[in-house]
Ligand binder design. Structure first.
Ligand code: NAP
Length: 304
């Protein structure tokens, strides 16, 4: 067992920003990440709304830069272990292999894509159903695909897929998108993306692979079958906070409740990024919250 000053759980932009500030503050810090650095961000190809990077940057490059910056600090360890449980009273974090202790904790576990929960979705996962256009999109070169959702993710990924798929049908349950205006304007100019509004998917069908989706117009109630090889689902996010249930205050969806200093309902525990309830889920807010969380934890540790 190793005792740290600070343990940061999750290494997306929020966790990595907290780690940068922890490194600079001289805290012995452990960052625990279950998969890869960057979190959900690396599912996006290019970041265009991060201030100061006028031409945009590949998400993988942005995360690599963050990692290089943190690796300068030999007081920050990064370990790839999945956190299974925490005991904030005993100040311990348990992974599948080890446990670690710290004086304070930062939860930056992010969120994952929500499921649509329709027939065929589970059955055809990896056989045409995907939640990641960047990972799986190139398999659908010159093919027709469907994207579901009306937020930034759905519109951004429909635009990405339109670069190599012969046709993209964007199916949204209302007549208005909630995606940002700049993305909607790009959508209007993209001739091989067809918008199918006021429509929901009832079923995803196929044999070994997806072949079609059955959709319903929610106004006319008309049913329609659409032939497609892939279905990309972007209907929102849910926080990766199951292991914290009952330990920390959350809203009804599992997003962690914090104050403006990122303090949670538990002493010495702060939360930042997509796992907390807030109004703007962006890289810039995740990074800012990571910095605030570490600063608040620093204030707590110095007072102790
Ligand atoms: P989101 O903004 O919550 O949008 C989810 C979309 O899915 C909404 O249009 C919603 O419809 C639709 N939806 C939800 N449940 C559905 C269901 N059961 N069946 C059909 N449609 C359903 O989620 P997101 O696009 O994943 O974005 C998550 C957050 O990350 C947002 O805050 C977003 O701004 C941010 N983000 C930002 C960028 C960027 O800045 N470039 C990129 C990606 C994500 P309704 O509109 O009818 O509710």
């Amino acid at each position: 067992m190793v005792r740290y000053d600070v343990i940061i759980i999750g290494a997306g932009p929020a966790g990595l920003s907290a780690a940068l500030y922890a490194g600079r503050a001289g805290f012995n810090t452990l960052v625990l990440e279950r998969m890869v650095l960057g979190g959900r961000v690396i599912l996006t190809e290019k970041i265009e709304n991060y201030p100061g990077i006028d031409k945009g940057i590949l998400s993988t490059d942005l995360i690599k830069n963050m990692e290089v910056q943190i690796r300068q600090f030999d007081n920050v360890d990064i370990l790839f272990e999945d956190v299974k449980a925490v005991d904030f009273n005993l100040k311990k974090v348990f992974t599948e292999k080890n446990y670690y202790e710290a004086e304070g904790f930062i939860i930056a576990v992010g969120a994952k894509e929500k499921r649509l929960n329709v027939k065929g979705e589970k059955e055809f996962l990896g056989k045409g159903v995907s939640y990641c256009a960047i990972c799986d999109g190139p398999l659908y070169k010159n093919k027709e695909v469907v994207v579901v959702g009306g937020g930034d993710s759905a519109v951004e990924e429909a635009l990405y897929l339109s670069r190599f798929c012969s046709k993209v049908r964007l199916i949204h349950r209302r007549d208005k998108f909630r995606a940002s205006r700049i993305l909607q304007e790009r959508l209007q100019k993209t001739s091989n993306v067809e918008q199918i509004l006021n429509s929901i998917i009832l079923e995803i069908k196929g044999d070994k692979q997806v072949k079609e989706v059955l959709i319903k117009d929610v106004i006319s109630e008309d049913l329609q079958s659409i032939q497609c090889s892939g279905v990309f689902i972007y209907v929102g996010i849910e926080p990766n906070t199951d292991f914290l249930k009952g330990l920390i205050n959350m809203d009804e969806y599992g997003f962690i409740l914090t104050d403006e200093n990122m303090a949670t309902s538990c002493e010495a525990v702060f939360a930042c990024g997509d796992c907390r309830r807030k109004s703007l889920y962006q890289i810039i807010t995740a990074c800012a919250e990571g910095a605030i969380a570490l600063n608040s934890l620093q204030g707590y540790l110095l007072k102790k």
